[in-house]
Design a protein. Structure first.
Length: 297
């Protein structure tokens, strides 16, 4: 079923919404971003105002519903991605909900780095790869595109998250390349011990005591299961360090995203575990040590 709004009505709402955003110290650019997610009006049309002359613009839900969703952004500090129901990530537009962590731009660098690395080490493009704690499925989809010859396995402990990840894979025609499993970390993949070419994870890494101090958009709306890394933020990371050698092939890759300040300790934990080599710390675009990479001996 289609719903419609006139360009003039949309323009009046846009002006009001931008004013409301500014009054609440929310970026007015979110209004235009939202309109680009909900309609076929592009950035240039918004800037020039050329969309105002259109008699009909298609919208995904009744106008009253969309306006109510915008009010949840203003009143409840609901993240704009949850309001829209989608979040751009790399060359995907992924379905998201409060059941999944909103995929961040810095996580895109994992896939960027893998594209570069496979040019050096052609073996990386083969075999089995896992995305542990897949959430929206962003990393799994990125892996499937990066390694078209590989088999991708994605695991999450949340059934709601898995449903979203599976829908995202289906929307991009990657369902036949990715197998989804419900469970905690490696548990549902016991049959693959010693057969994994690469493990990627963006685990919960925020120290529990810090969560209450995060932005309201995060602490009140994003799933704490994907945020809470225990007392020091490294409970899940330690588990992955200890268990991954049972699953990785010789030379298999271990890559985990972490928060600022954790990299030296994670590198030390990998070194002390005794079954990893070529340990590297990678920085994001803000020059923050964001990822740690190692290879199984």
């Amino acid at each position: 079923m289609s719903f419609w709004v006139s360009g003039q009505q949309l323009a009046i709402w846009r002006t009001k919404a931008r004013q409301e955003a500014i009054a609440l110290t929310i970026s007015p650019d979110e209004v235009d971003w939202l309109l680009q997610m909900w309609t076929d009006v592009d950035k240039l049309s918004l800037r020039l105002g050329s969309f105002e002359s259109r008699s009909q613009i298609a919208i995904p839900k009744p106008w009253s519903v969309l306006n109510e969703l915008w009010q949840t952004r203003l009143e409840d500090k609901c993240p704009i991605q949850y309001v829209a129901g989608f979040s751009p990530w790399r060359n995907f537009v992924l379905k998201v909900s409060p059941a999944v962590l909103i995929p961040r731009p810095e996580t895109e660098l994992i896939i960027d780095w893998l594209y570069q690395e496979k040019e050096i080490n052609f073996k990386l493009g083969q075999g089995n790869w896992v995305d542990l704690g897949t959430g929206s499925g962003a990393i799994a989809l990125g892996l499937a595109r990066c390694f078209p010859q590989a088999r991708i396995f994605a695991v999450d402990t949340s059934l709601d998250a898995l449903a979203i990840a599976q829908e995202n894979a289906q929307n991009y025609g990657l369902s036949d390349r990715i197998e989804f499993f419900h469970g905690s970390w490696w548990t549902p993949l016991a049959r693959l011990q010693g057969q994994i070419q690469g493990m990627i994870s963006n685990p919960p890494y925020i120290p529990r005591s810090m969560i209450a101090g995060l932005q309201p958009e995060v602490v009140h709306h994003e799933p704490h299961l994907a945020l809470d890394g225990g007392e020091d933020g490294l409970v899940a990371v330690r588990h992955l360090i200890e268990t991954a050698p049972d699953y990785l092939v010789a030379g298999g890759l271990w890559l985990v995203e972490i928060m600022a300040g954790q990299a030296p300790l994670v590198a030390e934990l990998l070194e002390n575990q005794g079954q990893y080599q070529s340990i590297q710390i990678l920085k994001d675009l803000a020059d923050i040590e964001r990822f740690v990479v190692a290879y199984r001996i």
